[in-house]
Design a protein around this ligand. Sequence first.
Ligand code: AVJ
Length: 327
Amino acid sequence: MLTRVNGDSRTMEEEVIAGLRSIPKTISPKYFYDDEGSRLFDRICEVPEYYATRTETSILELHRGAILDRLGRDLCIIEIGAGACHKGRLLLETGKVSSFIPVDISAEYLRSQASKVARSFPDVSVHAVGMDFLVSLGSLESLLPEVGKRVIFYAGSSIGNFDPPDARRLLRQFHGLLRKDDALLIGYDLKKAPTLFLRAYNDSAGVTAAFNLNLLARFNRELGADFDVTAFRHVARYDEALGRVEMHLESLCGQEVRIADERVPFDRSELTHTESSYKYTKEEFDAMAAGAGFDSVGVWMDPAAYFAVGLYASREFCRLEQRERSS
Ligand code: AVJ
C-alpha cells in the first residue's frame, strides 16, 4: 500500500533561483537526487574512498540483533528517506519487526521497492509513504500503528546534511511522532582525520564530481536553464572548526546563466555551496539528541570508529517542555 502526502512547498524553480540570488550562492542538496543523481549516488557508495555506506551496513549486519534486542519484539520500523529499502531490509531480517513504514520523496520508486519488501517478508505489514518529510512529517502520525514500539530509522548520516540547529529541530520533529520509550535509530559519520574526508569526497574516479555537477545538468533538463557544465568545477573541502565537509561548484570564468526567465551572474572563482556533511563525536551527537528529547541507549561503531549507529529512547514530551521552560 502507498500513501502520498503532498505538502505545500516552494517549487524547485523558485527555490533554486532564490538560492542563486543569495550571498553566498547556495543550492539545497535535496536536488541531487533526480534519477541520474540517485544512480550517481549509488555509484559513490561503491567507490573505495567513500567508506560511509559500506561501514554503516557492516555495523548493522553485525549488530542488528543486539540493537533490536534492546527494544523487544513487534517493532514498527519507520524508515525516513528509505529509497531502495536496503537498510530497512537488514532490520526486517532479524524477525523482530511486525510493521515497516518506508518514507521517501520519490513515491513511484518507493512503491516498487516497498512491494518487493512486502513479497520478501510476508509476515510484515508494509505501508509505503511518498512524501517530502521536511514538509509533511506531522501527517505521518495518523498512519502509524497504535500497538508495538515505534522505531524511527534514519540511516546513512543523512542528518549530516543539516546545520546543527536544523538537525536538532528535525530530531525534535521525530520525537514528536514517538511515545515514551519509543526509539530513534540513527547513523552518523564520526570525526576523524581530515585526509579521509578529502579522499571520500574527491574520489579518484570522479564520481562525486559528476554527482555535484549533475545539479546543473538537472536544472538544464528540468528548468530550461543553460548552464555550461564544463565551465564549473567540483570542490570539496573540510572545515575543521565547523566539523563539516563542504561541497561547492566553482565557476571557472565570469559568466551569466539563464534559468527560467532569470539571468544569474557568476564571478570567476565564485563558489556555490551545494552540500554540508557534518561530522560528530559520540558526545556531540548525544548532546544534540538530548536537546531534542532523546536519551542514549547504546551506540555501535566499526573497529576503526569511522561511523556510528546510535539508539535513543524518547523521553516523554511534557518533561522535555518543562526542561525547556526552566532553562
Ligand atoms: C547522503 C548526505 C550522507 O554527506 O556523505 C556523498 C552525500 N555527498 N558524497 C554524505 C554525499 C557526496 C552523503 N549523504
